[in-house]
Each structure stands twice: as structure tokens, then as C-alpha cells.
Write a protein that binds this ligand. Structure first.
Ligand code: ZN
Length: 299
């Protein structure tokens, strides 16, 4: 699901509740706004060994090492070919992707993982809740948007990790941080990337927006009773996480395209580097949850 910032702290959400999987010849559409989400985006280096390989509407990040690569998020089912093409046009081999991980198991971030795994042979790792959804396919019980989401294809060879357990591929280490609330299994990722002596703390942030299927209440849910507590835990993580470069699962939330345009104009220091970005993300998330709970209180 997509949320774009209008101004500080205010977001407009494109709630694609009318989702469908329609086979149109070879073309599969997963949702009403999927063509916009799947718009092509030339890949580029974010910093050091970290590259953006996603679509214009959905992030996917490649962290490279001589002994193999990590890919975060597979986007839509129809994004898989584009992500493979982006990896190749940067000069990397998709077969060298050894590990695929995910922010959350909605069709717009995990829908392409089955195909990307088939093309790369990579193993897939996820939080326990997300791993179960990936193995079975479909939509997880307890998901606030249960009933309105396009199911995802089942994924093979999925292992579960613990919160904070570092995962290694070659010289690359990525660390998962459970940031639930948007889904019960939501995960954000941290790693370090360097260019010469300059190293940055990189963060790939999961969605923090409290949106749901009609009738679901974050304040009183039998299916997901710890939803508010989970969001609080996620906000606390972002308030204290070492964070120099933030990429969000929906790129416009961290204003990636604005920052990239400034960088391409030669603006210095690098507009993608902002050590306050994670704290701002947490603050926006808190504000949106407060608004959501206030609106539930009036129902
Ligand atoms: Zn989502």
C-alpha cells in the first residue's frame, strides 16, 4: 500500500482495496494502481556497495559483495523481471544474489520474491510471522488488511531469523529489526556501506502506516491484539537507530526522488545523507497512529 508525503507529517494514502490478479496474456496485474507502482526506474548507486534496483514506486535494494549479494524486497509479481534487468544493467549477475529478505509480506513488497528466487536460486529469510506467510503464500491471519489484499505466491526455502540476528553473505552483514504494526511480521534492515574511509549506517525501513481493511480497529483487535504495542516498539527503534541513509519500502516516504534530483544537480553535502531521517520517520508514524486511534475512538 502506498503513502506519499504532502508536507511534513501529512500523508495521503492510496488505499488500493480493489485488488485483483488478472492474467492478461503474459501480463499480471495485482492491483488497480500497480501500473504506477511498477513504473520503470533506472537503477543507481545509493552509496558504496548499496544500489537501488526497484521500480519507481516500490523500493528494492541490492547490497553487493564479491562473494554474493543480498536483495531486500521483491516488489510486485510483475516487478521481478524489471529488478533482474536492473541488477544486470549495473553489471551484476542475478545468480550471485544469495539471500533475499523483505520488509513485509504484502503483494507489493513480497509478490516478486518467488520469481526472484527462481531466477537467482537465493535462500529467503524472514521474521517468524512473515516466514510462515511466505511458505504458505496468501495473506497472513492477523494482518490488519486481511480480506483486501492480493495473495502472494508461496516461496520455497524460507528460514526464520530472530530480532537482531545478523545475516551474512560474503563480506556483507545485514541485521533485521522487527518493526511490526503495519503487519505483525514487519522488519526493517540495517547495514554499513563504505566508500573509501567514509562509512554510513544504512537503514531500509518497513512501512509504519496504520491502515486496515474496513472494520479492523488497531485499538481493539481480536486478530492482532498487540498492534499498538508493536507500533510503539517500532517507533522506539527508529528513534534510536544509527541512521545516516534511510530508504523506505515506498521510496517517496523518505523523499528519495527529491533527494536524488538534488544530488544529480550536484548539491553538497549529499542530500541522501540525513541522520535525522529515521527520527522524523518515527515522529510521522506516531502522529499518524494518534490520528488513526482518535478516529477509531469516534466510531
Ligand atoms: Zn503494506
Amino acid at each position: 500500500m502506498s503513502c506519499r508525503p504532502i508536507k511534513h507529517g501529512v500523508f495521503a494514502c492510496l488505499l488500493a482495496v480493489i485488488c485483483c490478479s488478472v492474467a492478461l496474456g503474459q501480463k499480471v496485474r495485482s492491483c488497480a494502481n500497480c501500473d504506477a507502482l511498477n513504473k520503470a526506474q533506472p537503477p543507481f548507486r545509493i552509496f558504496g556497495n548499496t544500489y537501488y534496483v526497484g521500480t519507481h514506486g516500490l523500493s528494492s535494494v541490492l547490497i553487493t559483495s564479491p562473494a554474493g549479494h543480498v536483495l531486500i524486497d521483491g516488489d510486485l509479481p510483475e516487478s521481478a523481471g524489471q529488478i533482474v534487468g536492473n541488477i544486470q544493467s549495473l553489471g551484476f549477475r542475478v545468480e550471485d544474489v544469495k539471500l533475499i529478505v523483505n520488509s513485509h509480506v504484502h503483494f507489493d513488497h513480497a509478490g516478486g520474491i518467488a520469481e526472484l528466487q527462481r531466477r537467482s536460486g537465493a535462500r529467503v529469510a524472514a521474521s517468524e510471522w512473515s516466514a510462515e506467510v511466505l511458505r504458505k503464500g496468501g495473506v497472513g491471519k492477523g494482518d490488519p488488511q486481511y480480506g483486501t489484499l492480493t495473495p502472494i505466491a508461496a516461496v520455497k526455502n524460507v528460514s526464520a531469523f530472530r530480532d537482531g540476528e545478523s545475516l551474512h553473505v560474503g563480506e556483507s552483514t545485514v541485521t533485521p529489526h522487527l518493526t511490526p504494526g503495519h503487519t505483525p511480521g514487519g522488519t526493517s534492515w540495517t547495514w554499513k556501506s563504505c566508500e573509501g574511509a567514509v562509512c554510513y549506517e544504512m537503514v531500509y525501513a518497513d512501512s509504519l502506516n496504520p491502515i486496515s481493511a474496513p472494520g479492523f480497529r488497531f485499538s481493539k483487535s481480536r486478530e492482532y491484539p498487540e498492534a499498538i504495542e508493536d507500533f510503539e516498539k517500532s517507533f522506539t527503534f527508529f528513534e534510536s537507530a544509527p541512521c545516516d541513509v534511510l530508504i523506505t519500502a515506498h521510496p517517496e516516504v523518505s523523499r528519495l526522488w527529491d533527494h536524488l534530483a538534488l544530488r544529480e544537480k550536484g548539491v553538497k553535502p549529499d542530500p541522501l545523507v540525513d541522520s535525522a531521517a529515521c527520527r522524523n520517520l518515527a515522529e510521522n508514524g506516531r502522529q499518524r497512529l494518534r490520528q488513526r486511534l482518535a478516529s477509531e475512538g469516534k466510531q
